[in-house]
Design a protein around this ligand. Structure first.
Ligand code: MTE
Length: 425
């Protein structure tokens, strides 16, 4: 930090001047002084209902739910996106969350055949194929093995997929909400595979779900033995049905479609199942007509969640800009923010835990004098990879793909605070 080159310092000064910020200065008063308003404030002078009447007893809600005043903080879907809600997706309300953990009930859902409602007593996980001893595990068996707790992001490869050809959806819930970040409890896949004993020619695994789609995906054995978990809990309680109850695969840093939910079988083989089926699932169509295959890793990406179209700027003076960043290649090292469309960049303050393949939360505390802002964030991960602009990405990948759009997002904040999804030419 102390080794900043002079040009960087200059840029920072220009940036602070240009955006009218006093990021480093003392905190200006934000609230009114008591008794300062012209009229008495009924929120102070009147007795409120919640102050007057007894509240609910402890027997009212055996399982808690959010306050009724938070009723708009929900997953939302885009009805025109898919033909049926059973094979569809909804989106995490990123603009309404803080910190790095996504509450279980707000984690986006993506299924191909609806939510399987599985009785855990009847659920089995089979490991077969190129193994010394085919095995069948019950849930009780799995819970008697050594456990681990890890926080990881899950991002669908199609996150931001609707934005390849230009700014389309007005809200970070829809442009970036196919992601969640959760603490998983489970056993390592290595623990299970060691019991079955992989044969030397086992190079790929086929993971199969017990849902009506019977979804299966291929996973290289090298990744399986590295950091893959078989999880039965998220955020301290059993997985939610929509996220794979009672058992799901957790494939850190890799695209969400590999994270097979309702996991019932793992078959070891010598080649990817996708290759056998000649399927073109999850390939990235390039401008020259060729397709990138097996693009598993989710590269570094970030988005400003506040302000954003669903969370406009309401106040002049002191404000908090906030967002999230992540990288499938490790930890996020730094997040930069610009308020003038990329002319000047400023290092954001990351607050909270910084963990391998987990989201980080970043902030910029700033004063807004009502001028137009062109907001962007860019993530830099521990490998030195810098999140690309959309123009840089399109130059290499074209606009034909649906997948792996990790380009820099732009929000335009108008003088009245209304915020829009735009692109800089
Ligand atoms: N597993 C099964 N069995 N069936 C599915 O439809 N969808 C996959 C993956 N696992 C799916 C599945 C896709 S495409 C994604 S992006 C993630 O689950 C989404 O996980 P989530 O619903 O917990 O967010």
């Amino acid at each position: 930090m102390s080794q900043k080159p002079p040009s960087d310092i200059l840029d920072r000064r220009r940036f602070l001047g240009a955006a009218g910020l006093s990021a480093a200065g003392a905190l200006l008063p934000i609230a009114a002084k008591a008794g300062e308003g012209a009229k008495p404030d009924p929120a102070i002078t009147e007795l409120q209902d919640w102050n007057r009447f007894l509240g609910d007893g402890v027997d009212k809600k055996p399982y808690g739910v959010p306050s009724k005043f938070e009723k708009d903080v929900i997953r939302r879907d885009v009805s025109w996106l898919t033909a049926s809600p059973e094979s569809s997706v909804n989106f995490t309300p990123l603009h309404a969350l803080d910190g790095i953990i996504t509450p279980s009930g707000l984690c986006f859902e993506r299924h191909h055949g609806g939510v399987a409602e599985i009785d855990p007593a009847q659920h089995r996980l089979m490991i077969n194929g190129l193994v010394d001893t085919p095995m069948v595990f019950t849930m009780d068996d799995i819970k008697r093995m050594p456990r681990v707790n890890k926080v990881y992001f899950l991002e669908c490869a199609a996150n931001s997929g609707m934005e390849w050809r230009g700014a389309q959806l007005n809200g970070c819930q829809f442009t970036h909400g196919m992601i969640h970040n959760v603490m998983y409890t489970g056993v390592t896949l290595k623990t299970l595979l060691d019991q079955a004993g992989l044969k030397p020619n086992a190079k790929w695994l086929m993971l199969e779900g017990a849902d009506s789609a019977g979804m299966n995906r291929s996973l290289p054995v090298s990744k399986a033995l590295d950091d893959v978990l078989i999880a039965f809990a998220m955020n301290g309680e059993a997985l939610r049905p929509e996220n794979g109850y009672p058992l799901r695969a957790v494939i850190p840093g890799w695209q969400g479609n590999l994270w097979v939910k309702w996991l019932r079988r793992i078959e070891a083989g010598d080649m990817p199942w996708q290759a056998r089926e000649e399927t073109s699932k999850y390939t990235d169509l390039m401008p020259d007509g060729r397709a990138r295959k097996y693009t598993f890793v989710m590269d570094a990406k970030s988005v400003i969640t506040n302000p954003s179209p669903q969370a406009p700027l309401k106040f002049k003076g002191r404000n908090v800009l906030s967002g999230v960043a992540w990288s499938g290649r490790g930890t996020v090292k730094r997040v930069d923010v610009t308020m003038d469309g990329g002319r000047n960049w400023h290092e954001a303050r990351i607050d909270g835990p910084v963990m391998d393949k987990s989201m980080v939360r970043f902030y910029v505390d700033f004063d807004w004098n009502g001028q137009e802002l062109m907001l962007q964030s860019r993530a830099i991960d521990e490998t030195g990879y810098v999140q690309p602009t959309k123009a840089e990405l399109r130059k290499v990948r074209g606009v034909n793909s649906v997948y792996h759009n990790n380009g820099i997002q732009t929000w335009l904040v108008h003088p009245d605070g209304v915020t829009e999804n735009v692109e800089i030419a």
